[in-house]
Design a protein around this ligand. Structure first.
Ligand SMILES: NC(=O)c1ccc[n+]([C@@H]2O[C@H](COP(=O)([O-])OP(=O)(O)OC[C@H]3O[C@@H](n4cnc5c(N)ncnc54)[C@H](O)[C@@H]3O)[C@@H](O)[C@H]2O)c1
Length: 340
């Protein structure tokens, strides 16, 4: 199979971006789009006149497809992805892969048993700025990693069937797992439902990774400013990835502080930290649309039978962390050890 026949399920806010990419990629043939909403289907039909449009995604099963892409609300992911795998289709499902880790496990087992590709849309794992940040961390240029801090804030978009933790934190959690190459040991979380009762629109997570590395995640739908920032603080240098920037997405600050060698809790004179402030380096990053890379990767994994970078297993890890964080958030910010 050189050209993968693809069906799109869900053509709401995000689905059109995936649809455009599969339409434009030479190794894909976009055959059909399914959406329950008549208006959304009309828009898909007018943009892609040769593509079959259907209300019921199950009608896609008769079209000889190889793969489907699921961009429906998270609560529907498990049922739709399972149905598609049972019909021998490779599946790319948007984040979070499911709302329960047991369901994610079942999808992985089903895909494995049928030798099908199961991939989750952790888009930032296909982002060249995130790749560059990891290179700086792995090369030792930042020194020992002290902590990481992420902020993903804006006004909206409020969701009906999930809180801000499940909507936005999958991005940051998947980035942290990728950057550190390890799974966290524990998590605690707190949040507030400000606008709608029971739907948290602001949340703070505190994760601890092996080596006692803390990572702090702040996500919000209720902030006056759009912020998309990841800060990595090391013993030698500090790096900031600002996704809002068009060109200067990553800055490496040659900044740091050394404690006095013989600081012994003595008098004020002994508490003389030595700060250093050097150059700011802005690496030139060849930026390709991350979603295009993700879609291309899905097609390659299908054709080569290789494991996706963001496979069902990475999807499961993110869901497990979200589940544990949600439990902490709803139970007074308890410290939760994550059982892997
Ligand atoms: N990777 C990213 O950066 C990114 C960005 C935004 C959203 N997302 C994810 O994409 C998914 C969709 O989010 P959205 O913002 O587009 O939601 P949305 O509500 O705007 O769109 C969902 C669409 O799915 C359709 N739908 C619902 N149930 C269906 C079914 N059974 N069969 C066919 N169509 C059905 C709805 O009619 C709607 O048009 C979510 O999982 C979300 O987390 C990912």
């Amino acid at each position: 199979m050189d050209i993968v026949k693809v069906g799109m399920i869900g053509y709401g806010y995000w689905g059109p971006n995936l649809t455009r990419n599969f339409y434009e990629l030479p190794s894909a043939n976009l055959v059909a789009v399914a959406d329950l909403n008549e208006e959304r289907l009309k828009q898909a039909a007018s943009k892609y006149p040769h593509v079959v449009v259907k209300h019921d995604y199950q009608e896609l099963f008769d079209l000889g497809l190889d793969a489907v892409v699921v961009a429906t609300p998270p609560a529907t992911h498990y049922r739709i992805a399972k149905d598609c795998l049972e019909h021998n289709l490779h599946v790319l499902v948007e984040k979070p892969i499911t709302l329960k880790s047991d369901d994610a496990r079942k999808l992985i087992e089903l895909a494995d048993s049928k030798k099908l590709t199961l991939m989750v849309g952790h888009t930032f794992e296909y982002n060249s700025a995130v790749h560059a940040l990891k290179k700086y961390m792995d090369s030792g240029e930042l020194g020992e990693i002290y902590y990481l801090d992420t902020a993903r804030l804006n006004l909206g978009l409020f969701q009906r069937d999930s809180n801000v933790l499940w909507d936005l934190a999958p991005h940051d959690i998947s980035i942290l797992l990728y950057l550190l190459g390890e799974k966290p040991i524990s998590v605690s979380a707190q949040g507030t439902p400000c606008v709608f009762a029971g739907i948290h629109d602001v949340a703070y997570l505190n994760l601890t990774f092996p080596g006692n590395i803390p990572a702090y995640i702040h996500v919000s739908w209720l902030d006056p400013c759009k912020v998309r920032r990841i800060t990595v603080v090391g013993s030698k240098k500090m790096a900031v990835y600002n996704d809002i920037e068009n060109e200067q997405k990553i800055k490496i600050y040659d900044k740091g502080v050394d404690a006095p060698p013989a600081y012994t809790n003595g008098g004020f004179d002994e508490f003389q930290c030595s700060y250093h402030t050097g150059d700011i380096t802005i690496p030139n990053i060849r930026f390709a649309e991350p979603l295009r890379q993700e879609c291309q990767h899905f097609l390659e994994c299908i054709v080569n039978g290789s494991k996706p970078l963001s496979s069902g297993r990475e999807g499961l890890e993110v869901v497990k962390i979200l589940e544990t964080a949600q439990h902490s958030m709803l139970n007074g910010q308890t410290h939760e050890v994550i059982t892997w």
